[in-house]
Design a binder for this molecule. Structure first.
Ligand code: UD1
Length: 389
């Protein structure tokens, strides 16, 4: 029987993880029918639609329009709407969630309580910092998932330490790299650099910031802007700004401080292909993103991560990433070292090779034909309708 699979996307970092999996599942039409479910956590054209176009994804099969709100509001709205969607005749055989955003935990929870198996793509990552909302989403999603698809060996080790049975864990590799490999040449053709007035060999640093711990309070944000001011005296800065960050700069009265930074190009959030081009050609990257730590490791571009910790330590042990102490002096010092040519070299981790989606399908094939799955499916039959009461 053909298995119906829901692929959940909600926020920007989900799109490049699900696009390759959607494509490969679609090619296996004799066994799988994938459906893209967009919660609408990110809804701006530049945070969402542009990515669908760049990644060649079709329109979502369902769009839940949850929008922004507090964590409680947003998570609750996703739960309510996704449950309703499933109960109105759209019950899949498996739900696949990715990463660590609010849409990830919300949809995993809905599926699990309706006795639908859940697979978590990018399982096992841990920052061990529970102040980070994403850490809570990761831990809880892993705890209730039936299949834990990990990007790197440290993910397997974390899960085993937490007592997850080994048969649930599958090292499939980093699916974001599938998108990079597929779109790299197209990205190289992006005209964005010339549109921004950056000439071919001109060095620049690419900056991204959006973590609440960096941008929600005046002291942290002011400190970062002071560091950028110093760095801007030495090298051009390109800063595509996340909506959370631009709203906070205005709210916290820091617009004039931003305007004083020399050599700064600010843009709105930019699409996938243009952003790849900016990453590939950057002298180095300053970021608090999770995914960019990985993409820069793949491209071999030095990355300075503006956070106290990372859930992606392999980008430090093997890749080009470094954690920078969160004070203006250190950020400037680390940046100047790179400008002097003291650059950290890296290697590309195992299975970051563009073939992760194929490995996921192999895991699914084996799992759906296993005795464990069949036993599980039979034991849940008949329970489903009771859930409407
Ligand atoms: C979310 C994820 C984070 C991910 C990031 C990538 C969670 C807990 N966080 O954080 O892990 O790295 O996405 O961007 O899920 N907004 C818009 N337009 C949009 C979306 C958001 O203007 O399309 C504004 C809203 O005012 C909103 C704010 O940005 O309040 C933050 O959006 P939200 O989805 O709550 O979290 P992110 O900071 O984007």
């Amino acid at each position: 029987m053909i298995k119906q699979i829901h692929l959940i996307v909600g926020a920007r970092p989900n799109f490049m993880k699900m696009a390759p999996l959607y494509k490969v599942l679609k090619e296996q039409g004799d066994r799988y029918t994938p459906a893209l479910i967009h919660t609408g956590q990110h809804y701006d054209e530049k945070m969402s639609k542009l990515f669908f176009e760049d990644l060649g994804m079709p329109e979502p099969d369902a769009y839940l329009h949850v929008g922004s709100g507090t964590h409680g509001q947003q998570t609750a709205r996703i739960i309510e709407r996704y449950e309703e969607y499933i109960l109105s005749g759209n019950r899949p055989d498996l739900v696949i969630v990715a990463g660590d955003v609010n849409s990830t935990i919300a949809c995993a929870l809905v599926a699990k309580k309706l006795h639908i198996p859940v697979a978590h793509l990018e399982a096992g990552l841990r920052s061990f910092d529970e102040r980070m909302p994403e850490e809570i989403n990761r831990v809880l999603t892993d705890r209730i998932s039936d299949l834990l698809l990990t990007p790197s060996e440290d993910g397997d080790a974390n899960l085993l330490k937490e007592g997850v049975p080994a048969e649930k864990i599958h090292l499939v590799g980093n699916i974001m790299i599938d998108s990079l490999v597929e779109h790299r040449i197209k990205a190289d053709g992006s005209e964005l650099m010339s549109e921004l007035g950056i000439s071919e060999n001109e060095p620049y640093v690419l900056v991204t910031l959006h973590r609440p711990s960096n941008v929600d309070e005046v002291s942290g944000l002011e400190m970062l802007l002071s560091a950028f001011n110093e760095i801007g005296k030495q090298i051009r800065i390109v800063f595509p700004m996340h909506p959370r960050t631009s709203k906070n700069i205005e709210r916290l009265g820091l617009s004039s401080k931003l305007a004083e930074i020399p050599n700064l190009i600010i843009t709105e959030p930019i699409g996938y292909l243009d952003f790849m081009k900016l990453q590939m050609n950057a002298k180095f990257i300053l970021t608090d993103s999770g995914g960019i730590q990985e993409e820069s490791t793949f491209f071999g571009v030095p990355c300075l991560t503006l956070r106290e910790n990372t859930e992606r330590p392999i980008t430090i042990t093997q890749g080009t990433n470094l954690l920078v102490p969160l004070d203006s002096k250190s950020i400037v010092q680390y940046s100047m070292k790179i400008l002097r040519g003291e650059v950290k070299k890296g290697t590309i981790p195992k299975y970051w090779d563009g073939e992760t989606a194929e490995r996921v399908v192999k895991v699914l094939d084996e799992w759906f034909s296993s005795t464990g799955y069949k036993l599980r499916a039979t034991s849940y039959e008949g329970l489903i309708d009771e859930r409407r009461d």
